[in-house]
Design a protein around this ligand. Structure first.
Ligand SMILES: [Zn+2]
Length: 206
């Protein structure tokens, strides 16, 4: 499955132009691009999302339903999980605790990942936290006992630098780890939606 829509950016006569494929003529000045001098050669805009199963010992977020490019509106709708050293996804929701590698996490944002020297400790602590009897479907509560409760409990037990320090407080964690990444992804998403609608976007700074 190809997920990256391949947004291209270039500059010809002034403004930055974004598109899904290079047009024949410049959307800003209408001149033929086949013999054009670009002031900024076309390059691929980096795709911000990752496939969770390809990232071990990571903290990841995705929209609660659907995917980022099509269904995401704001950071309130985000669901959080972690991966093991082998890339198995572990998440807690109304169905209880689940471990799997399914494709629902093929378009997510990576909040942070542990370095390789932490791998063993990461799996050990994760296993211990998963064994706690409280992660049962019947204990799930949308506000007080949800996916964040599980991930933040794990991160606190892990004692992994600034990530675990921020996990002491849900608001701190959101401000430091979620908001910046969700904001950057939001820009990519709104650009993608404009391109889907109009084919190109001319970014004028004034
Ligand atoms: Zn032009």
């Amino acid at each position: 499955m190809k997920m990256d829509p391949g947004i291209v950016c270039f500059q010809h006569c002034g403004p930055k132009i974004f598109c899904l494929s290079l047009p024949e003529s410049c959307p800003a000045c209408r001149s033929d691009l086949s013999k054009a001098d670009f002031s900024l050669l076309p390059f691929r805009v980096p795709y911000p999302f990752v496939r969770a199963s390809q990232h071990s010992c990571s903290v990841i977020i995705k929209p609660t339903t659907g995917d980022f490019l099509h269904d995401y509106y704001n950071s309130m709708d985000l669901h959080i999980g972690v991966t093991t050293s082998s890339g198995t996804i572990v998440e807690f929701d109304r169905n209880g605790l689940r471990r799997h590698r399914n494709s629902q996490w093929d378009q997510c944002l990576l909040l942070d990942a542990a370095t390789s020297s932490w791998t063993e400790h990461w799996d050990e602590v994760l296993m211990k936290v998963c064994k706690q009897p409280r992660w049962l479907a019947k204990n799930y509560d949308e506000d007080t006992m949800n996916c964040y409760s599980f991930v933040l409990t794990f991160l606190r037990c892990l004692s992994y630098g600034s990530l675990s320090a921020a996990a002491a407080n849900r608001t701190d964690f959101c401000e430091k780890f979620i908001v910046p990444r969700a904001t950057a992804a939001g820009k990519y998403i709104s650009l993608y939606r404009k391109l889907k609608e109009k084919g190109f976007h001319v970014h004028r700074t004034k």
